[in-house]
Write a protein of this length. Sequence first.
Length: 293
Amino acid sequence: MILPEPMDRTVETFRAERLAAARHRGRRESRSLGGGGVGADVNKTGGIRLRNLTVAYERHPAVHHLSGAFESGSMTAVVGPNGAGKSTLMKTIVGLLRPSEGHIELQGVSPSQIAYLPQAAEIDRSFPISVLETVLLGHWNRVGWFRGISREQRAQAQRALSAVGLEGFARRPVGSLSAGQFQRVLFARLVLQDAAIVLLDEPFTAIDARTTRDLLDLVGRWHTAERRTVVAVLHDTEQVRQHFPHTLMIAREAIGWGPTQEVLTASNLLKARRMAESWDEEAVTCDQAGTAA
C-alpha cells in the first residue's frame, strides 16, 4: 500500500481517519500483545518502505532523500545526533507530517494498524483523567466516539496494567504518577492497541532503570514472540547494541541502515557528529535524486 502525500493534519484528524479505517475491519478480539489479554483481528505482521523520502519545515530539510525498509517483524533502533530528523521521520510515517518528496509504502497493513508513542514532552499530563481511562484509549479504533466500553474491554485494560506492573493503579489520576509510572501507563495503552507496527519515540528517556528494563522486556516479547515490527528512536547506544538487532543511523540523511553491529561503528558515529556540526539551518531542500533501496 502506498501512502499518498497527505494534507497537513491535526492529531484529531489523524484519529478520525484511523477510526474510519477501523470500521472496515472485523471486530473479533483475539490474543494479547505482551500479556494484556486483548487483540484486534489484525494481521500481526507488516512492514514500512521509504522511497526517496524528504521532509522539510518551511523548506528547511529535516529528513533528506531517505530510502530503505523496516522489514516485517523487524526490531530497529533509529539513532543520530539531536536535530537529525528522527522524530520527524516517525511523525511522517504516521501521517502527522507531509513529505516534501518521495513516499512511504505500508506493506501488509493499513495506517490504522500502526501504534505510535510520541515523546513524553509532547503529552499533556495535566488533563484530569485516570490511569484506567488513559489505557482504555487504546480501544479507540474499536469503539470510536459512539460505542461504549464493555465489561470485557475494561477487564482487558486491567490485565494490560498488570502486564506493565501497575496493578492497583487504575483509579489514580495520571497527573499524580512519576515519569516511569506514566510511561508504563502509555505502554499499557499500546498493549490494548494491539497493532502490527509499533513506533516509539524516545520511550526510555528520563525514566528509572527498573522501568526501562521492564519495558524493554515487553518490547522484546513483541518482537520475538509475536513478530511485530518495532521501530524506536533511542539515544543510549549500549541499549541499542544489547536489545535491537537492526539500526538506522540518521543525520538528516542515512549514515547506515542494517544489522546493528555493522551500523553502530565508531566511524559512523563520528561521521554523524561531523555532519551535525556542519548543518546549515538556513539550507533549502536540495534537488539531489535519491536511490531507492
